[in-house]
Design a protein around this ligand. Structure first.
Ligand code: TYD
Length: 227
């Protein structure tokens, strides 16, 4: 199922953060936002599920631990409904306005959690993602990779949501799923070892981001980064 859609062009730069639970996405996203702000590059930060008002309602449905009866297909379609709204209402306008958009999770989460781990099929998840996003994939997806046990030990104090309550074997599959996807799409997805120190992870992410911006766009963002 190959996409027949034309790639959407825009002056901004689109980055997603992906990975298993407790990998430190939020901390690293904060570092990256600071980096762009320091270079006076307009940057917006968002998340999935829940990047819009409609999305927040969908997020409640998806993550409420009480909703144990939610079926895999319905789960996938809810994540996609959130994403379709997010792309059209928030992400695309920001990219068209020349901003850097950083999202805490995006399409690869559905590819891995629903397509691979729920067994719905990677092909299906990708085809439906393509429809929901109008073909919009990040210029760079950063996967923070961490052994599952380490991830969960980092989030001991939190009340776990519906997805986090899945078995360790599910989360191991999530980890392998992201690694599989990154091998399949090495140009688009970059794995970073999240077991390094916070500062090492920050520096490595920054290096990949600069590399990708330099390679993919001879534009204002790259010029500003060189200042
Ligand atoms: P969230 O609280 O945002 O967790 P995290 O800090 O791990 O990102 O919860 C999002 C949960 O939803 C997370 O367990 C991953 C899962 N998810 C999917 O299963 N499919 C998706 O398409 C997305 C975006 C998230």
């Amino acid at each position: 199922m190959k996409s027949k859609r034309k790639k959407i062009s825009y002056p901004g730069f689109f980055i997603s953060f992906e990975g298993g639970e407790g990998a430190g996405k939020s901390t690293q996203i904060r570092h990256l936002v600071k980096y762009f702000t320091h270079h006076k590059i307009p940057v917006v930060l968002t998340l999935e599920p829940g990047g819009t008002a409609i999305g927040s309602k969908i997020r409640e449905l998806l993550l409420d631990p009480k909703h144990t009866e939610l079926k895999p297909r319905a789960e996938l379609l809810l994540y996609l409904a959130d994403r379709a709204q997010h792309v059209e209402e928030f992400i695309l306008p920001a990219l068209k306005a020349g901003k850097v958009v950083i999202t805490d999770r995006y399409a690869d989460s559905s590819n891995v959690y629903q397509g691979i781990c729920r067994g719905l099929g990677l092909e299906w998840a990708m085809a439906l993602n393509d429809y929901a996003t109008q073909g919009l994939y990040p210029d760079l997806a950063i996967v923070l990779d961490l052994p599952v046990k380490l991830g969960f030990s980092r989030m001991k104090q939190r009340v776990l949501d519906r997805m986090e309550r899945e078995k360790h074997s599910f989360h191991n599959k999530v980890r392998r799923g992201f690694l599989h996807l990154s091998q399949k799409y090495p140009k688009r997805i970059q794995v970073v070892n999240a077991a390094q120190t916070e500062d090492e992870v920050r520096a490595e992410i920054q290096k990949w981001v600069i590399d990708r911006i330099r390679k993919s766009k001879e534009n204002l963002i790259w010029k500003k980064l060189q200042k």
